[in-house]
Design a protein. Structure first.
Length: 423
């Protein structure tokens, strides 16, 4: 493990701060004077595998550089994995690996680089944290999925999807806590998490997942169904792209997810008062028309006798991280959520169904002008049919788990309070 000296910290400071400032603040939405980043700490990175790659000496020289400051006038932290190279290796990186280069001296004899963007270090990180034997191949396949100021994502050797977080990394990510807890319980309707990439203080810097390229997202399948319905017209159940059976299966999968979350983190009595505060606060500024409407909508919730349970919900189910494969529906989630959300399971459902309704409305509005009115009517019928199918599948799974009100009228009150009004 490389020793961290004042000279090293000073050199990393001079290299990393301009690089990070350009990387992060170039995406800033404001030009306020409060936008600035400063180096807060430099720590060693956990040891990674050696012996199966060239340039072994390099890999005692990876550091976790943490910066603190303000972005869009919001206090934040961000992290870079910084590699240090000297001699021929520094020259090679400076001349041939510009995408990973942070800075180099005038002779390219000393270089600092982003270790997540340099193939040899990326490979070592993946195979170290997954505790997998390094394949005996000379050329490893690395595909960049996304690289920006928020983080990097790669497919490695067609087997692993690795994600590195850059923003707000000084903590453990609650999203990863949820995913790994579900995996330990045997919940298999998700892409398998393989390893958390953490520093010596157990802060989450990234994660590694099993990689699968099979399946279509909920968004893609919903749009296919809607377009088929718009082309054929009539009853949504008669369209070739009828989606109701898939919606029912998706409801069943989300029910299993909520039961597993309850087993992993516990099931608490429902808290209608807290839910109402949450619903109102999320609807808009207090006193606004939207918040007043939400408050009025929630009035009946105060009177129900059995509101169901308070559980650790997912909090970010959407049309892209729910995927359908030959094996069924599964969750494809990077675990980026930092906050653990406790609420009624209906919160997850309401957000997901609202997004389905939004995609249906948008699909209708994108038709030719003379088709839009007819398409909007069909989209509304499609939403209603698929909401009913989703809830049928969901309730069949959670029926005996006491997660939602057993009384149909009280369930309707809860659904309406969270904004599901057209079932």
């Amino acid at each position: 493990m490389a020793r961290i000296t004042k000279t090293l910290v000073s050199a990393i400071d001079q290299a990393v701060v301009p690089y990070a400032t350009k990387l992060f603040l170039s995406n800033s939405e404001s030009n306020g004077s409060n936008n600035e980043l400063k180096l807060a700490s430099v720590k060693s990175f956990p040891s990674i595998v050696k012996g199966d790659f060239e340039n072994d000496a390099l890999f005692d020289s990876i550091y976790v550089a943490t910066l603190e400051g303000f972005v869009d006038e919001v206090e934040t932290t961000c992290t870079l994995l910084v590699g240090k190279a000297t001699g021929d290796l520094a020259f090679d990186i400076a001349q041939n690996n510009q995408e990973s280069l942070i800075s180099s001296d005038s002779n390219d004899a000393l270089a600092f680089f982003d270790a997540t963007l340099y193939a040899p270090t990326l490979l070592r990180i993946v195979y170290s944290f997954t505790k997998s034997p390094v394949p005996e191949v000379s050329n490893h396949a690395i595909k960049s999925v996304e690289t920006n100021h928020l983080g990097n994502s790669f497919i490695v050797d067609g087997k692993y999807r690795v994600v590195f977080y850059r923003f707000n990394t000084i903590s453990q990510r609650n999203g990863l806590d949820l995913i790994f807890a579900l995996d330990e319980l045997g919940f298999n309707n998700m892409v398998a998490p393989l390893a958390r990439i953490q520093d010596h203080d157990s802060n989450d810097l990234g994660a590694i997942f099993d990689y699968t390229d099979s399946g279509m997202s909920l968004r893609s399948l919903a749009l296919t169904s809607l377009r088929d319905l718009f082309d054929l017209g009539g009853d949504p159940s008669k369209a070739g792209g009828d989606f109701s059976e898939e919606s029912k299966r998706l409801g069943e999968m989300i029910g299993k997810l909520h039961i597993a979350s309850g087993e992993a983190f516990g099931v608490l009595p429902g808290e209608p008062k807290e839910w109402i505060e949450e619903i109102v606060s999320r609807s808009g500024h207090r006193g606004s028309k939207a918040s007043k409407a939400a408050s009025n909508r929630c009035e009946p919730l105060k009177l129900i006798e059995n509101p169901g349970a308070n559980i650790r919900v997912h909090g970010n189910l959407n049309l892209c991280n729910l995927v359908r494969s030959e094996m069924g529906w599964f969750l494809d989630d990077d675990g980026e959520a930092k906050t653990a959300i406790w609420s009624s399971p209906i919160r997850d459902i309401s957000e997901l169904l609202a997004k389905l309704e939004e995609v249906a409305q948008n699909a209708a509005s994108e038709r030719f002008e003379d088709e839009q009115e007819r398409a909007a009517i069909l989209a509304k019928a499609w939403v209603s049919r698929n909401r009913e199918a989703f809830m049928e599948g969901y309730l069949q799974v959670v029926e005996s788990a006491d997660l939602v009100p057993p009384d149909a009228l009280e369930l309707e009150v809860l659904l309406n309070s969270f904004g599901i009004t057209t079932l």
